[in-house]
Write a protein that binds this ligand. Structure first.
Ligand code: URA
Length: 246
Protein backbone atom coordinates (compact mmCIF):
# COMPACT_ATOMS: atom_id res chain seq x y z
CA UNK A 1 0.00 0.00 0.00
CA UNK A 2 1.29 3.46 -0.81
CA UNK A 3 1.34 6.14 1.84
CA UNK A 4 -1.43 8.32 0.55
CA UNK A 5 -3.92 5.70 -0.60
CA UNK A 6 -6.32 3.59 1.52
CA UNK A 7 -5.77 2.12 4.94
CA UNK A 8 -6.11 3.82 8.27
CA UNK A 9 -4.13 6.65 9.70
CA UNK A 10 -1.19 5.49 11.76
CA UNK A 11 -2.23 7.30 14.95
CA UNK A 12 -5.66 5.66 14.79
CA UNK A 13 -4.17 2.20 14.28
CA UNK A 14 -1.76 2.72 17.19
CA UNK A 15 -4.44 4.09 19.51
CA UNK A 16 -6.69 1.13 18.71
CA UNK A 17 -4.11 -1.25 20.20
CA UNK A 18 -4.51 0.46 23.58
CA UNK A 19 -0.96 1.79 23.46
CA UNK A 20 -2.04 5.33 24.30
CA UNK A 21 -4.67 7.92 23.41
CA UNK A 22 -4.94 9.12 19.81
CA UNK A 23 -3.41 12.41 20.88
CA UNK A 24 -0.47 10.75 22.64
CA UNK A 25 0.08 8.50 19.63
CA UNK A 26 0.26 11.61 17.42
CA UNK A 27 2.97 12.94 19.70
CA UNK A 28 4.95 9.70 19.48
CA UNK A 29 4.83 9.98 15.69
CA UNK A 30 5.75 13.68 15.73
CA UNK A 31 8.73 12.86 17.96
CA UNK A 32 9.99 10.40 15.35
CA UNK A 33 9.64 7.40 17.65
CA UNK A 34 7.38 5.40 15.34
CA UNK A 35 8.55 3.45 12.30
CA UNK A 36 6.57 1.73 9.59
CA UNK A 37 8.47 -1.02 7.81
CA UNK A 38 11.68 0.27 9.42
CA UNK A 39 11.25 3.88 8.22
CA UNK A 40 10.44 6.78 10.52
CA UNK A 41 6.77 7.60 9.97
CA UNK A 42 5.24 10.96 9.20
CA UNK A 43 2.17 12.08 11.10
CA UNK A 44 -1.00 11.25 9.18
CA UNK A 45 0.41 8.57 6.94
CA UNK A 46 -1.82 5.61 6.27
CA UNK A 47 -0.95 2.03 7.01
CA UNK A 48 -2.31 -1.39 6.26
CA UNK A 49 -2.47 -3.13 9.66
CA UNK A 50 -2.53 -6.54 8.00
CA UNK A 51 0.92 -6.19 6.44
CA UNK A 52 2.80 -3.16 7.72
CA UNK A 53 5.36 -3.69 10.51
CA UNK A 54 4.95 -0.92 13.07
CA UNK A 55 7.42 -0.20 15.88
CA UNK A 56 7.55 2.33 18.70
CA UNK A 57 11.04 2.93 20.09
CA UNK A 58 12.10 -0.18 18.21
CA UNK A 59 9.48 -2.39 19.88
CA UNK A 60 7.02 -4.17 17.66
CA UNK A 61 3.38 -3.11 18.07
CA UNK A 62 1.08 -5.95 17.03
CA UNK A 63 -1.58 -4.30 14.87
CA UNK A 64 -2.68 -7.08 12.53
CA UNK A 65 -6.24 -8.20 13.15
CA UNK A 66 -6.67 -11.67 14.62
CA UNK A 67 -3.34 -11.93 16.44
CA UNK A 68 -3.50 -13.94 19.65
CA UNK A 69 -0.84 -14.45 22.33
CA UNK A 70 -1.20 -17.09 25.02
CA UNK A 71 0.83 -17.90 28.11
CA UNK A 72 0.81 -21.63 28.89
CA UNK A 73 2.20 -23.49 31.87
CA UNK A 74 3.49 -26.56 30.08
CA UNK A 75 3.12 -29.77 32.05
CA UNK A 76 5.78 -32.45 32.10
CA UNK A 77 5.65 -34.94 29.22
CA UNK A 78 4.07 -32.60 26.66
CA UNK A 79 6.00 -31.77 23.50
CA UNK A 80 6.49 -28.15 22.45
CA UNK A 81 6.78 -29.00 18.77
CA UNK A 82 4.07 -30.13 16.41
CA UNK A 83 6.16 -32.14 13.97
CA UNK A 84 6.60 -35.91 14.13
CA UNK A 85 5.11 -36.51 17.56
CA UNK A 86 4.23 -40.20 17.09
CA UNK A 87 0.92 -39.43 18.71
CA UNK A 88 2.42 -37.91 21.85
CA UNK A 89 0.58 -34.89 23.32
CA UNK A 90 1.70 -31.41 22.23
CA UNK A 91 1.31 -27.91 23.63
CA UNK A 92 -0.93 -26.76 20.77
CA UNK A 93 -3.52 -29.28 21.95
CA UNK A 94 -3.72 -27.44 25.28
CA UNK A 95 -4.87 -24.10 23.80
CA UNK A 96 -7.76 -23.19 21.46
CA UNK A 97 -7.35 -24.69 17.97
CA UNK A 98 -8.53 -21.59 16.13
CA UNK A 99 -6.69 -19.48 15.16
CA UNK A 100 -3.77 -21.84 14.77
CA UNK A 101 -0.84 -20.91 17.01
CA UNK A 102 2.67 -22.21 17.48
CA UNK A 103 5.05 -22.21 20.45
CA UNK A 104 7.69 -19.49 20.69
CA UNK A 105 10.86 -21.47 21.24
CA UNK A 106 10.87 -24.83 22.94
CA UNK A 107 10.93 -26.51 26.29
CA UNK A 108 12.11 -30.09 26.63
CA UNK A 109 9.30 -32.58 26.98
CA UNK A 110 10.42 -33.20 30.58
CA UNK A 111 10.63 -29.47 31.39
CA UNK A 112 7.63 -27.69 32.89
CA UNK A 113 6.70 -24.06 32.96
CA UNK A 114 5.96 -20.99 30.96
CA UNK A 115 5.70 -21.01 27.19
CA UNK A 116 4.24 -18.40 24.85
CA UNK A 117 2.09 -19.55 21.95
CA UNK A 118 1.03 -17.15 19.23
CA UNK A 119 0.18 -16.68 15.58
CA UNK A 120 2.27 -13.47 15.64
CA UNK A 121 5.15 -14.57 13.42
CA UNK A 122 7.09 -11.31 13.61
CA UNK A 123 7.12 -11.20 17.42
CA UNK A 124 7.95 -14.91 17.59
CA UNK A 125 10.89 -14.37 15.28
CA UNK A 126 12.26 -11.55 17.43
CA UNK A 127 11.85 -13.52 20.62
CA UNK A 128 13.60 -16.61 19.33
CA UNK A 129 16.42 -14.91 17.47
CA UNK A 130 19.56 -15.28 19.62
CA UNK A 131 20.61 -11.67 19.05
CA UNK A 132 17.58 -10.43 20.98
CA UNK A 133 18.46 -12.49 24.03
CA UNK A 134 15.34 -12.22 26.16
CA UNK A 135 16.06 -13.47 29.70
CA UNK A 136 14.55 -16.79 30.76
CA UNK A 137 14.49 -17.85 34.38
CA UNK A 138 14.40 -21.46 35.52
CA UNK A 139 14.01 -23.21 38.82
CA UNK A 140 16.25 -26.25 38.75
CA UNK A 141 16.07 -29.04 41.31
CA UNK A 142 19.40 -30.79 41.07
CA UNK A 143 21.06 -33.83 42.56
CA UNK A 144 23.22 -32.88 45.50
CA UNK A 145 23.73 -29.35 46.81
CA UNK A 146 25.99 -27.15 44.65
CA UNK A 147 28.80 -25.52 46.62
CA UNK A 148 30.07 -21.98 46.02
CA UNK A 149 32.62 -23.21 43.47
CA UNK A 150 29.95 -24.93 41.41
CA UNK A 151 27.74 -21.84 41.63
CA UNK A 152 30.58 -19.63 40.47
CA UNK A 153 31.27 -21.89 37.52
CA UNK A 154 27.63 -21.74 36.50
CA UNK A 155 27.66 -17.96 36.82
CA UNK A 156 30.86 -17.39 34.89
CA UNK A 157 30.09 -19.88 32.13
CA UNK A 158 30.76 -23.57 31.73
CA UNK A 159 32.37 -25.36 28.84
CA UNK A 160 29.84 -27.46 26.90
CA UNK A 161 30.49 -29.50 23.78
CA UNK A 162 29.02 -26.66 21.67
CA UNK A 163 31.12 -23.99 23.40
CA UNK A 164 31.21 -22.05 26.66
CA UNK A 165 27.97 -20.66 28.04
CA UNK A 166 27.54 -16.92 28.55
CA UNK A 167 27.53 -15.61 32.12
CA UNK A 168 24.32 -16.54 33.92
CA UNK A 169 22.55 -15.31 37.04
CA UNK A 170 22.48 -18.16 39.52
CA UNK A 171 21.18 -18.19 43.08
CA UNK A 172 20.80 -21.10 45.43
CA UNK A 173 17.28 -20.77 46.80
CA UNK A 174 17.30 -23.94 48.88
CA UNK A 175 19.25 -27.13 49.31
CA UNK A 176 19.62 -28.56 45.80
CA UNK A 177 17.41 -25.87 44.28
CA UNK A 178 18.83 -23.19 41.97
CA UNK A 179 17.28 -20.20 40.24
CA UNK A 180 19.11 -19.81 36.94
CA UNK A 181 18.62 -16.99 34.44
CA UNK A 182 20.05 -17.31 30.95
CA UNK A 183 19.48 -15.43 27.71
CA UNK A 184 20.85 -18.02 25.32
CA UNK A 185 18.53 -20.76 24.20
CA UNK A 186 20.70 -23.74 23.38
CA UNK A 187 19.31 -27.21 23.32
CA UNK A 188 18.89 -28.58 26.87
CA UNK A 189 21.16 -25.80 28.06
CA UNK A 190 20.27 -25.64 31.74
CA UNK A 191 20.39 -29.43 32.05
CA UNK A 192 23.79 -29.55 30.39
CA UNK A 193 25.16 -26.67 32.50
CA UNK A 194 24.14 -28.33 35.74
CA UNK A 195 25.40 -31.72 34.59
CA UNK A 196 28.74 -30.12 33.68
CA UNK A 197 29.27 -28.99 37.28
CA UNK A 198 28.31 -32.37 38.69
CA UNK A 199 24.69 -31.71 39.62
CA UNK A 200 22.29 -33.32 37.14
CA UNK A 201 18.84 -31.75 36.95
CA UNK A 202 16.03 -33.74 38.58
CA UNK A 203 13.23 -31.29 37.79
CA UNK A 204 13.25 -28.15 35.66
CA UNK A 205 10.61 -25.42 35.60
CA UNK A 206 10.70 -22.22 33.55
CA UNK A 207 9.38 -19.46 35.80
CA UNK A 208 9.88 -16.32 33.71
CA UNK A 209 10.22 -15.24 30.09
CA UNK A 210 11.52 -11.66 30.00
CA UNK A 211 8.78 -9.66 31.75
CA UNK A 212 6.29 -12.57 31.87
CA UNK A 213 5.74 -14.56 35.05
CA UNK A 214 2.62 -16.06 36.59
CA UNK A 215 2.74 -18.04 39.81
CA UNK A 216 -0.98 -18.77 39.73
CA UNK A 217 -1.08 -20.51 36.35
CA UNK A 218 -1.15 -24.25 37.04
CA UNK A 219 0.46 -26.89 34.82
CA UNK A 220 -1.79 -27.39 31.80
CA UNK A 221 -3.48 -24.00 32.23
CA UNK A 222 -3.18 -21.11 29.81
CA UNK A 223 -4.43 -17.55 29.55
CA UNK A 224 -4.29 -14.80 26.95
CA UNK A 225 -1.53 -12.26 27.47
CA UNK A 226 -2.78 -8.80 28.37
CA UNK A 227 -2.06 -6.03 25.88
CA UNK A 228 0.48 -4.56 28.29
CA UNK A 229 2.25 -7.91 28.58
CA UNK A 230 2.53 -8.19 24.80
CA UNK A 231 4.01 -4.69 24.73
CA UNK A 232 6.45 -5.51 27.52
CA UNK A 233 7.52 -8.66 25.69
CA UNK A 234 8.07 -6.74 22.46
CA UNK A 235 10.07 -4.14 24.37
CA UNK A 236 12.19 -6.83 26.06
CA UNK A 237 13.13 -8.22 22.66
CA UNK A 238 14.33 -4.75 21.69
CA UNK A 239 16.41 -4.31 24.82
CA UNK A 240 18.06 -7.64 24.15
CA UNK A 241 19.05 -6.45 20.71
CA UNK A 242 20.63 -3.28 22.09
CA UNK A 243 22.38 -5.04 24.92
CA UNK A 244 24.03 -7.69 22.78
CA UNK A 245 24.74 -5.81 19.56
CA UNK A 246 25.99 -2.42 20.70
N1 URA B 1 17.14 -25.63 29.40
C1 URA B 1 16.94 -26.95 29.37
O1 URA B 1 17.83 -27.73 29.66
N2 URA B 1 15.73 -27.41 29.02
C2 URA B 1 14.69 -26.60 28.68
O2 URA B 1 13.59 -27.07 28.38
C3 URA B 1 14.93 -25.22 28.72
C4 URA B 1 16.16 -24.76 29.08
Amino acid sequence: MTESSGGDRLQKVLARTGLASRRACEELIAEGRVTVNAEVAELGRRVDPRVDVIEVDGALVPVAPGLVHYLLNKPMGVLSTAADTHGRPTVVELVPPDPRVFPVGRLDSDTEGLLVLTNDGELAHRLTHPSFGVDKEYLAHVRGDPNPVALRRLREGVELDDGATAPARVTRVDEGVLRITIHEGRNRQVRRMCEAVGHPVLRLVRTRIGPLADRRLKPGEWRPLEAGEVRALAAAATEGRRQHHH
